[in-house]
Design a protein. Structure first.
Lengths: 280, 314
């Protein structure tokens, strides 16, 4: 309403366009470098555009995919993220429903512990957690999702129960009176109502699990399994001379899917973040 | 709040048999609670078991082990508070502490001031607002390890153009590099939260202030800012705790170089655990972690208390 009268005009648009271009520059820089031949990438020439002599085409990408185990890491990261987030969404929403509907000392304690676990820094538990995971044989990509469920439960239960408090009890009661047992009530009535919160929690947990570095490094055997973040850190650390070309291609291949998913589901992602933050 | 306090008051109403309506309704909800209770193993147990494995056991073991000398969980011997004494007298730890404090203070102020300004500008009627929001939010989705690596290339190139020492030898550049990286990553996120807050300011309030002749500056300080206090609380909380807990970016941008000078608390603890040989270091690392944990909790609580009290009721 008021904005129409005081339209700030073109100046701001130009200003923010310039800022946006600067904002995107780091990623564009990596993109440009990923098309250069190995000898043309060095500390002092990172800003230069590829020229006719230094242009390498897609060679770096082919190299990254063919010989650096990139696809395997991508698959592992995808599997770990999907299994962990699915498990977190299902188990934590069920747990949150129970503790908001059943009042008692146990519910109260679980809720408080969940809130508490959100503040604890990972370094506090990293050593003991990796030892526990080893002892219980939870140290493969196939069941690391249990660890993620345990450590991610705090935020998820907290957010779900925050939302659950605003759902009217009558709908569930009606379902129960009509003869549903709690499991049916949950899946037929509560689960569909929770959809928007599922998206919020899902977005936040996906961002966390997909980008996580320290937990998989400590829990998984790096010789056998490398997630994408581990792969990138591994290549930088372990060789005397890092092959920069394939490295740049690897970074681009890591960033691109995230950007594509973001552009497709932008509305949900931003809404999810806002809802998550305001509840928190 | 209101919904949560409803069931107990209903329960009291049930004692009076004269009121059929609420009593019957209440019976239903009590019944539901009772049936639901039997399903504890289905609904709560999976999460609870994982929570115990993933958090409660490691946390309590961590507390215990901070008083022990150990290399694995099974060969711990009790040594009392000596780990804490050695942790607190470790020069790299106190240096990491001050480095983290300096980093957290500057980055928290910068991120929030910039994010709020951008949010103010982008809630006005500017062409392309949505595109700008999309762009500013994007770095958030990229992981800390990758971001740190991208910025290391960029900053090193810049430093070499300016004929300055590279990141591996340059603490000042490492410090400001971390701050720029953190701003770049977090401004978009905080901006989104501030925008949501600004959009909740009732337009009547703004109109009323305009009619009363408030200048834009007065509107900002007297109306918009008090109304977005909840957003400010959240953003301050997130930026402060994120800055204190920062690990990935620190590891991949500077790795603590030169010689632990750009090491923050989380990385210092990690290096004490895994970067040093000798059985005593694990215990010291665990003691450092407990100190770190207490520090984060105290700061988070103090911050929440100080800003919550300034929030206004809508």
């Amino acid at each position: 309403m008021k904005a129409r009268k005081a339209s700030p005009g073109l100046g701001w648009t130009v200003f923010f366009t310039v800022i946006s271009v600067l904002y995107l520059y780091p990623i564009v820089m990596v993109l440009l470098n990923s098309f250069k031949v190995e000898t043309a990438i060095s500390t002092s020439t990172a800003f230069q555009f590829p020229t006719a002599e230094t242009f390498a085409g897609l060679a770096n990408y082919v190299n990254a995919i063919a010989s650096k185990g990139f696809l395997r890491s991508l698959g592992l990261s995808l599997f770990i993220t999907i299994s962990s987030v699915a498990l977190i969404l299902l188990c934590c929403s069920m747990c949150a429903w129970y503790i908001t509907r059943v009042h008692g000392i146990a519910s109260r304690i679980i809720y408080l512990l969940c809130v508490f676990s959100m503040v604890v820094p990972f370094q506090m538990v990293m050593f003991t957690l990796s030892q526990t995971a080893d002892r219980l044989k939870l140290n493969t990509p196939w069941n690391i999702c249990v660890i993620y469920l345990g450590f991610g439960a705090g935020l998820a239960v907290f957010m779900f129960s925050g939302f659950m408090k605003s759902i009217p009890l009558e709908i569930e009661e009606a379902a129960m009176i009509d003869g549903c047992n709690p499991i049916q009530t949950y899946f037929r009535v509560v689960f569909p109502i929770l959809r928007p919160t599922m998206i919020s929690v899902g977005v936040l947990e996906t961002m966390w699990v997909w980008n996580d570095y320290l937990l998989p490094t400590l829990v998984l055997d790096i010789k056998k399994y490398k997630t994408i973040t581990m792969l990138i850190q591994y290549f930088r650390g372990s060789f005397g001379r890092v092959e920069m070309g394939p490295m740049m291609a690897c970074i681009m291949l890591t960033v691109l899917p995230v950007v594509v998913v973001y552009l497709l589901g932008q509305k949900h992602i931003i809404k999810g973040v806002v809802a998550g933050a305001v509840k928190g | 709040m209101g919904e949560r306090s409803a069931p107990p008051s209903l329960r009291k109403a049930q004692v009076r048999p004269g009121l059929p309506g609420p009593a019957a309704e209440n019976k239903g909800s009590l019944n539901m609670e009772k049936t639901l209770k039997k399903y504890f193993p289905v609904f709560v147990l999976p999460t609870l078991a994982a929570f115990i494995i993933g958090f409660i056991v490691p946390f309590s073991q961590g507390l215990y082990l901070s008083f022990c000398k150990f290399t694995t969980v099974n060969n711990a011997t009790w040594v009392g508070v000596s780990n804490y004494v050695r942790a607190l007298s470790d020069d790299t730890f106190s240096h990491a502490f001050w480095f983290t404090v300096a980093f957290a203070a500057v980055s928290t102020v910068l991120i929030n001031v910039l994010a709020f300004s951008v949010a103010l500008a982008l809630t006005r009627n500017i062409r392309g607002t949505n595109v700008f929001r999309t762009v500013f939010f994007m770095p958030n989705l990229i992981g800390g390890i990758v971001l740190g690596y991208i910025w290391q290339i960029l900053i090193n190139c810049l430093l070499s153009k300016l004929a300055l020492p590279l990141l591996a030898l340059n603490t000042t550049a490492g410090y400001w590099g971390l701050i720029i990286l953190m701003c770049w990553q977090q401004i978009g996120y905080m901006m989104i939260i501030y925008i949501a807050g600004l959009q909740n300011v009732p337009p009547e309030l703004l109109e009323a202030s305009q009619i009363d002749g408030a200048t834009p500056w007065q509107t900002l300080w007297r109306i918009k800012l008090p109304m977005v206090m909840p957003s400010l609380t959240i953003c301050l909380f997130l930026t402060i705790t994120n800055s204190f807990k920062l690990f990935d970016q620190n590891l991949s941008l500077t790795g603590g170089d030169p010689n632990h000078a750009s090491e923050m608390l989380a990385l210092n603890i990690y290096n004490t655990f895994y970067g040093r040989s000798g059985p005593q270091w694990r215990g010291i690392g665990q003691a450092k972690a407990v100190v770190f944990f207490i520090l984060v909790v105290v700061i988070a609580l103090a911050q929440l208390r100080s800003t919550r009290s300034r929030e206004v009721q809508q």
